[in-house]
Design a protein around this ligand. Structure first.
Ligand SMILES: NC(=O)c1ccc[n+]([C@@H]2O[C@H](COP(=O)([O-])OP(=O)(O)OC[C@H]3O[C@@H](n4cnc5c(N)ncnc54)[C@H](O)[C@@H]3O)[C@@H](O)[C@H]2O)c1
Length: 379
């Protein structure tokens, strides 16, 4: 049995992880500031935070006194607290840096200066976004060579050149499953802060003799995800529009792909990292290892809600969005012994059923998009 601190534990992933940890016999302390962008101005539905085995501390990971108290007597830290909006990160750079990088640095600083520290492992929620575009290959002239194209420039997106072309034979490059050994090439400030978190944990962990696991999460979805935050979560945005009888606006040509993984599988991957009996000390992809087009995900969701598919391809685009991504998840299985189980069809059904029990949120998509357009980050 471990005493686990979950920073950001009242959020989407933290809620599921807390349940899974408690069921497995661990005790949990949650440190969360209840950020209004996620929880609203007056957070609701938080009775579970006073459940058996759970201790809740309201405070920020950027507050040293709070952090010191939160770490007292802890065996394993799961560090989830972060600002998570990719588009928003491009113009709230100092805030993203202060919370994501500053909060991680403070966590490590407090551990480094505590002669009685009890923490033996840090499990970090990192992100697939650190790979940027990830790996591609040219099926015509060099199928065995992995290539790492630069992020698409605004001019390329404005010309609707969505896919990457081979610089030697002009054939369309094919995306490959991203492996942990592929180079990191963050394409947004959010991604840069997640990569900085990894570096801080890795270097400090080695120096302090604290084991670490850097879990690179793909697109996580499921019951409990924020339906109010317009800066993240394509499925939240789409589900609100379905309930309002509106069409689903599909960016680019709809053939861009993502690797969607259900939050329960993510929570179980974290559990495996917390309980691992040996040394982890590496990055591990957490996804389904399956690529799904954005058009396909919109169709799955409409089907799960039992409504007609009403998709409109808008050709709109956002700077910093990647074209394709899916993960090589072998390491998750070989190192942590876990393989995600919840299929997209089952996960979407569970998500849609849960959404239907929730209050209908305001549709904030237009406001968020207008903000990005005004800043030249979307076209
Ligand atoms: N959800 C995804 O698809 C996904 C994908 C890749 C990585 N991640 C990472 O997983 C982690 C958790 O993501 P999530 O989807 O549960 O996000 P979330 O926004 O639902 O939860 C984050 C929690 O952190 C809290 N928080 C924010 N700033 C804080 C601060 N300064 N001090 C204390 N608490 C603070 C928020 O109140 C919230 O409860 C994040 O680090 C995120 O970068 C998520």
């Amino acid at each position: 049995m471990n005493k686990v601190l979950i920073t950001g534990g009242a959020g989407f992933i933290g809620t599921h992880l807390t349940r899974v940890l408690i069921l497995a016999g661990h005790s949990v302390r949650i440190l969360d500031c209840m950020a209004p962008q996620i929880h609203g101005e007056i957070p609701a539905g938080l009775d579970w935070l006073s459940g058996p085995g759970i201790e809740f501390m309201r405070g920020s990971v950027t507050d040293e006194a709070v952090m010191r108290k939160a770490l007292n007597g802890i065996d394993v830290v799961v560090h989830l607290a972060a600002e998570t909006g990719t588009g928003q990160s491009m113009y709230e750079i100092a805030r993203y840096n202060a919370v994501n990088v500053g909060g991680t640095a403070l966590l490590l600083d407090v551990l480094a200066n505590d002669p009685k520290r009890s923490v033996k492992r840090i499990v970090l929620a990192s992100s697939r976004s650190i790979y940027g575009e990830g790996a591609y290959t040219c099926p015509v002239c060099s199928p065995d060579r992995r290539r790492y194209p630069k992020s698409r420039a605004m001019s390329q997106l404005a010309a609707h050149q969505w896919e990457y072309a081979c610089d030697q034979c002009a054939a369309t490059l094919q995306p490959m499953a991203t492996h942990e050994s592929d180079p990191a090439k963050p394409a947004s400030i959010y991604a840069a802060t997640k990569y900085a978190q990894e570096d801080l944990v890795r270097v400090a962990g080695q120096a302090l003799g604290i084991d670490y696991a850097l879990l690179r999460l793909q697109n996580v979805y499921g019951e409990g995800q924020s339906l109010n935050n317009p800066y993240t979560g394509i499925l939240s945005i789409f589900s609100t529009r379905i309930r309002r009888g509106q069409h689903l606006p599909i960016f680019e040509d709809g053939h861009e792909t993502r690797d969607f993984v259900h939050v329960e599988d993510v929570a179980r991957s974290f559990l495996a990292a917390v309980e691992h009996s040996g040394v982890v000390s590496q990055a591990i992809n957490v996804g389904m290892g399956v690529k799904t087009t954005v058009e396909g995900i919109a169709e799955h969701l409409a089907d799960a809600f039992g409504v007609q598919r009403h998709l409109v391809t808008t050709n709109e685009y956002r700077l910093g969005d990647i074209r394709h991504n899916f993960a090589d998840i072998n390491r998750l299985q070989t190192v942590l012994g876990y393989r995600p189980k919840i299929t997209l069809a089952e996960g979407m059904q569970r998500f849609a059923e849960w959404v239907n029990t929730q209050a209908l949120p305001e549709d904030k998509l237009k406001r968020a998009n207008d903000e990005l357009k005004a800043r030249g980050l979307m076209g």
